[in-house]
Design a protein around this ligand. Structure first.
Ligand code: DGL
Length: 267
């Protein structure tokens, strides 16, 4: 079925999930919405994140998407379960796949989660991980300054190394052997995080597992777009086209072309 997959995030971070969808589902058409006017979600209340997510889902449904990916940890943590029943197409978030991957990766049964304030405060990663294995200890840490560092392109910079050390020193003492990058921006900081945490810690990128889950769900519902060679990608934002475009062109293996602005408040 060649209807597109709708993917959204609070801004540019969800492009790390799109990148993974492109790798694992190279025939699928994708419509991406980044809420660049209202980012960050990570410091906002559940009610606000829920309202924003509902508007975005309404917008994506006007594009006749066949499935929706909440490519934002904060929206997955604070809004997805409340909205699941009202969305008429299959829905995938990033938290449950990330939790599953973390459980499969840990030998020491000690897992670290890093994310926004909203995601960490929700305790949802801990809940899902402990549903899968109640013997796993979960240590969470909010790392809010990682998002602007990524947005400013400071992926390899002394300031970023300093922030990594500051946020992750405490986590290191808990002997975690798996660390979930529970925010869509963080996979872009794998190098400084890996350098600091060392080889004994596996960095879990939920994007990989999310794309895998999406593929399974599409297959189960007979929705895969099989055989098509040149999929279409459309990108929409709520503001800041130029900044989005230059970020997207760095993260994705394609040139994103035209990016359109949507008045998301009207949905
Ligand atoms: N996309 C958000 C997340 O994955 C991070 C940026 C934000 O705070 O909105 O949690």
């Amino acid at each position: 079925m060649d209807a597109p997959i709708g993917v959204f995030d609070s801004g540019v971070g969800g492009l790390t999930v799109v990148r993974e969808i492109m790798r694992q589902l190279p025939s699928e058409n994708v419509i991406y919405f980044g809420d660049t006017a209202r980012v960050p979600y990570g410091s906002k209340s559940k009610a606000t994140v829920l309202k924003f997510s509902k508007q975005i889902v309404r917008f994506l449904m006007t594009k006749n998407v066949k499935a929706i990916v909440f490519a934002c940890n904060t929206a997955s943590a604070l809004a997805l379960e409340d909205m699941r029943d009202e969305i008429t197409v299959p829905v995938v978030g990033v938290v449950r796949p990330g939790a599953r991957m973390a459980v499969s990766m840990t030998d020491t049964k000690s897992v670290g989660i890093i994310g926004t304030y909203g995601t960490i405060k929700s305790g949802i990663y801990t809940e899902y991980i402990r549903q899968l294995d109640k013997n796993v200890t979960v240590v969470g840490k909010a790392c809010p300054l990682f998002v602007p560092l990524v947005e400013e392109g400071l992926l390899e910079d002394r300031i970023t190394d300093d922030m990594v050390e500051r946020y992750l020193s405490e986590l290191k003492q808990y002997n975690v052997d798996a660390l979930v990058l529970g925010c869509t921006h963080y996979p872009l900081l794998v190098n400084p995080i890996k350098r600091f945490m060392g080889d004994g810690v596996t960095l879990v990128n939920p994007a990989y597992e999310t794309a895998k889950e999406l593929k399974n769900i599409l297959a189960k519902n007979d929705l895969l777009n099989e055989g098509k060679k040149n999929p279409g990608y459309e990108f929409y934002v709520s503001d800041g086209v130029d900044k989005f475009k230059s970020f997207a062109d760095r993260v994705l293996p394609i040139n994103v072309g035209e990016v359109q602005v949507v008045d998301i408040e009207s949905y």
